[in-house]
Design a protein around this ligand. Structure first.
Ligand code: FES
Length: 127
């Protein structure tokens, strides 16, 4: 069974790399590794577990979902979903957002996580 390194890059916090089996989700692997990640439904419906793909192996992104040559990084190159990611609109997927509760790795990658990423995805109705 293949295993991949997924680096969780927490804005303002520690960066940790975890090994994720190809048939487990990033959230499952993080829990197994004792690294807390936020989650809610665990079915791809709420968006609580969202991260943003920054890089796949050697392909770096400058903040959007593009590689060093400006070509888009496709989340599908890094992750396969266990089920439909209902919390993400097509534009979110194009911008590199990924639901870590249902995402199984297909490559070594680096993902931004934390409340700032959630804030990017979900509009705050109170502001
Ligand atoms: S925990 Fe709800 S979408 Fe992942």
């Amino acid at each position: 069974m293949a295993r991949y390194d997924v680096t969780l890059d927490r804005v303002g916090g520690p960066t940790r790399t975890i090994e994720v089996d190809e048939d487990e989700t990033v959230l499952e692997a993080s829990r197994r590794s004792g690294i807390p990640l936020p989650y809610g439904c665990r079915t791809g419906a709420c968006g609580t577990c969202v991260g943003r793909l920054l890089a796949i192996e050697g392909a770096e992104s400058g903040g959007g979902a593009t590689d060093a040559d400006g070509a888009p990084i496709d989340v599908a190159d890094a992750f396969a979903y266990r089920r439909e990611p209902r919390a993400l609109k097509p534009r979110h997927r194009n911008d590199g957002y990924v639901l870590l509760c249902i995402a199984r790795p297909r490559a070594n990658s680096r993902v931004a996580v934390g409340s700032r990423v959630q804030t990017e995805l979900v509009d705050n109705p109170w502001k």
